[in-house]
Design a protein around this ligand. Structure first.
Ligand SMILES: [Fe+2]
Length: 201
């Protein structure tokens, strides 16, 4: 009596080559020292994260000179679409920003509605710096399993999947998917880059 799985939630997880990881890190750290970064990377209005998200005209890919990372992200997007069995389409970066989580910072649940794919890339990720967490997006299932005590700890029964960040790791998901960032409990900064992708216009 086989059990079948339907409505899976896809994630693409990719570790970039160490040389590219180190080059991106060096450029991001150098960018954060610039006057432009001091102006554009600012505390979020209602969150503890420091971010350039609220400067949508800025792109961290341009400002930190990261064409190699843009290419990697677009390639990951193409792979994602292909793995869903969808026809290929030309993708472009809709928005690219930087997030700095100082010790104690976290980010509430949100989604990136309106985009096709979203992606986090980790530049600095010390131990205990806060996982990227996705609650089971099937809300009725989440609450019902809590009620019936059928929440478990494997991929069939988890109520939340939390990915531990790692320098050089890219995590891509569909933009509708709600996610948040756990508290940075380390004593160092956690630096990530984030991207929304859309179909090229
Ligand atoms: Fe996000």
């Amino acid at each position: 009596m086989p059990v079948e799985l339907w409505f899976p939630v896809p994630f693409l997880i990719h570790d970039v080559e160490p040389a590219a990881r180190d080059a991106v890190r060096a450029k991001v750290i150098a960018y954060l020292e610039t006057e432009d970064a001091r102006r554009d990377v600012a505390p979020a209005p209602a969150e503890s994260v420091v971010t350039s998200y609220y400067k949508p005209q800025q792109s961290v890919l341009v400002d930190a000179k990261l064409p190699e990372l843009e290419e990697i992200v677009i390639r990951a997007g193409n792979t994602f679409i292909e793995s869903l069995g969808l026809p290929p389409r030309r993708l472009e970066i809709e928005r690219a920003w930087i997030n700095v989580f100082r010790p104690g910072a976290q980010e509430a649940l949100h989604s990136h509605d309106g985009s096709l794919l979203s992606c986090s890339y980790y530049v600095e990720a010390p131990e205990q710096c806060g996982d990227l967490a996705f609650p089971d997006p099937i809300g009725p299932r989440r609450s019902y399993r809590a009620f019936t005590q059928t929440t478990g700890n494997n991929f069939l029964t988890l109520h939340e999947m939390a990915f531990k960040p790692q320098p050089g790791r890219l995590i891509m998901f569909e933009s509708w998917l709600q996610h948040g960032v756990h508290c940075n409990k380390s004593d160092k900064v956690r630096i990530s880059l984030a991207f929304n992708l859309r179909q090229a216009r």
